[in-house]
Write a protein that binds this ligand. Sequence first.
Ligand code: BGC
Length: 682
Amino acid sequence: MSGQREDKVLPYLDDNLDIESRVLDLLSHLTLKEKFELLSSPGKRRIYGTKAIKRLGIPSFKMTDGPLGLSYQSTGLKKATRFPATISLAASWNRGLAKEMGIVIGKEIRSLNRHMVLAPGINIDRTPLNGRTFEYFSEDPFLTKELAVHYVKGVQSEGIGTCLKHYAANNQETNRRSCSSEVDERTLHELYLRAFRAVVKEADPWAVMACYNKVNGVYGCENEYLIRKVLMEKWGFKGFVMSDWFATRPIETAEGCINGGLSLEMPWPNKYKFKLLDKAYVEGKFSDEVLNDLVGRYLRAMFLTSAFSQHTDGSKGARNTPEHQNLARRIAEEGTVLLKNERSMLPIDLDSIDRISVLGPNLKKKFGRFLYGGSSAVVPPYEITPLQGIRKRCKDKVQIVKDPAQADIAIVFVGLDHGRGKDSESSDRTTLELPEEQIELINKTAKLNPNTIIVLIAGSPIAMNRWMDNVPAILLPWYAGMEGGNAIANILFGDTSPSGKLPITFPKQLSDSPAHSSNNTRTFPGDEEKKVHYEEGIFVGYRWFEKQDIEPLFPFGFGLSFAEFKIDNVHLSKESLVGKDDVLTIELDVTNISNRPGLEIVQIYSTDSDCSVPRPEKELVSFEKVHLNPSDAQNIQLEVKAEDLAFYDVSQHDWTIEPGTFEIRIGKSSQDIVAKSSIHFN
Ligand code: BGC
């Protein structure tokens, strides 16, 4: 029992009562004015919390930004564990790590007595130029949802809420507060809403953040179709919807947001100012039923997060522990993608060289700084730079020299840096290329030393045509978090094998990418009316490259290892699937045929061979990551759910599977397919 104010305990304060009854009881005690007050923050001084109502013992509901950890600007400048960028977590293809990361974020939030993290961001990567690509998972909705479900479950298992963002079709930063994503119904559901739907159904997130942009002409915060019809009615979402920061500004009326389904306007009242709400209410622009529903949803989250009990249940959480930092390192290692490794340049054997040269603009750079990259910037208590990681590892073993010509091996750290137009919220990148001086540095170094290794620190795809052939090895650790330097050194010197695979296609050139293929601003960043026409439809990412038969620089799902694996003895549990709830089990053997330990990610893709509507050549439907010691073999089972073979049928406004044959491809990437089979759906 908590928060007892008078002699008599009111039902809503009774921890033993079910949440729905507590919500109903509390609603009955609230005045109209108090309900209005609960719909926003108390004002400019507390922009990450809501208004407390002392009379009823309702505390402020406090949030922190995510998704890379607890952001500095939202926690009263508190330092916290800085995890690798979300795209790195996605590149790990490791559900367990996503869950662990969620749990740690939950614990760190508990330690600050907050209640919710504004994460994960699950928008689909439509263009490689999107400034927030580093904060999102993937171009593929299945991979996105598999990891996001686990992240959400992890956080919420700590009694801390999550807030899925940015709902929906928020796929670029250019004109993000005014553009309209013009997207057809099938594409919207099949690509841009699919991960939201799955996370809502599988993990029950306690909140969703509505986007800045319009979707088909209607702003996210007043989009009755997206919020009420789809999220709440169709998917059965029980949580509440809040606005992105200032996203309600261009909206005309308070009732637009209320009727749209927006429970919380942040960071302070604009449309939800008392006067505006009261006027709309008196004029009958919205009903008590709608208002109670919005407030009730928000109160439900408060009860779920035990905001009323202020975490008095024993666990205070913890922040910045060695375990948390260790996890940040493990994710960085598992998310690192080895893109090229000719002449087995990597790993570097410190016993066989004398001098190493390290250089480049990202060698000593720390990325965990105030608002670096935008709202998700976490400032950690320390951050290991690549130089520090390498120095520690090379101490007393090899000499670190300046001149690449004097070294056995040169390592150049290039990439982006969260600056404006370089992987940052509020602006998109303007080119796929590295900055000119970095291209020059790579080519110059490669001339001086043929053993030049490139380490790319960036959160989005990079073009490599102008330098790739000149270097034997390329490693992509993304933004690797506070332990990044250690993780990078561990991989470079072979303590661990890289096991990440690309969650996003790397195009050879920008015009190969769907949003940029037309060379017309209609598809990016939008026409004169700021409408962005998603003309490529469902064919985004690898779905596009395969349909158009464009060879990517590196395909979706690609990544090398120091080890080598064989996949064989594939066996399907059945020949046909009956009904959408049926599940196919694929059993196979993975063998490590090298003398190094490593991890392989087995990927399953399906093709609907006879469908009445166009379908992608391949769609990811299952994957599993396996750790194997040298010569070890493991028999694994992967599940393919019939529902993941479905497409969104506009005639039914729902997902459907047409009877017919589906090809099943098993591979190490979307293009490295090692076995094929087929299954019927009846
Ligand atoms: C971002 C959100 C973030 C919010 C609060 C906005 O600018 O788009 O992702 O959660 O700010 O900091």
